[in-house]
Design a binder for this molecule. Sequence first.
Ligand code: CA
Ligand code: CA
Ligand code: CA
Ligand code: CA
Length: 335
Amino acid sequence: MLKSTKLIVAGVMVCFAIMAINSNIVLASDLYVDFGSSGLFKFNGDTWERISTGNAEGLAASNGNNLAADFGTSGLYEYDGTWSRISTGDVDEDGGIIGIGPDLYVDFASLGLWHYDGVSFTWTRISTGNAQGLSSNGNKLVADFGTSGLYEYDGAWTRISSGDADDMVYMYNSVPKTGQTTKYADGDDGDLQKGVAWPDPRFTDNGDGTITDNLTGLIWLKNANCFEGRSWANAISDANGLADGDCGLTDGSSPGDWRLPNVRELQSLVDYGRYNPALPSGHPFTNVQSSVYWSSTTTASNTSSAWHVYFGAGFVLYDHKDNFYCYVWCVRGGN
Ligand SMILES: [Ca+2]
Ligand SMILES: [Ca+2]
Ligand SMILES: [Ca+2]
Ligand SMILES: [Ca+2]
């Protein structure tokens, strides 16, 4: 084990120095870091644990929350608290390993590109080609086959570009924790507290009438009651018309920059450990109503209605777009 902060700092510096051949990745809420000859470490945000003395040649997230590690001629291993060797092959770092759902896709250079089924634990060669890079696109594999082009694989191959990629990255979001920390039964949410941890601080007050949610990256209007109760159509038009100079805004925004949040965006603010309002402790918003707020999402089963979030308790319901009035909480940004 590393015994002092100094050594850990030295380890980090070593890691950066040889970043080209080492990798560090986030999976679940843990960080796994290859510190070269110092070994492979797991960091849970608080403490470091050395899980191998080996010097990995590549790492990937496997099976959602397992680690896959290329230990060169020693083989390919999975770690879920204990190590198991899943192949004697040496992964080609020019391509590497990627985990998609329960499965792994592994570049074994001239031996081809292989699929490891994380449910049946079986290997299948899916291409004789030697990939230059692997990524995912949702639950599809993406492989860079150099001048042959860029291909997607979901059981069959599709060329999605004739270009030769230098690099690629897939952006994704994971499900966050609910905020509930009190346990009411074994195996309940407060007991397990599953999900991605919230950043600390959760919110940043930008000092211009806007608040950034550091969990989602969304920018919210600090004033959570700028328009009073509105019909759904008015809520949308009010949000779209919002601009610098309104509602305490000095953010330089123009009409069209702001919008009504969709139901998932709106619900992402809820802290299910709290009520009246069901918002994270210490939130910086003003004029929050422990009442209903419109989302921009229409109710598919009843399209004269739209979904709203009740911030007294956190639940989501729907009501008629014209005959029901809700508060308006504007958002900007988002993917
Ligand atoms: Ca290494
Ligand atoms: Ca290797
Ligand atoms: Ca390769
Ligand atoms: Ca390439």
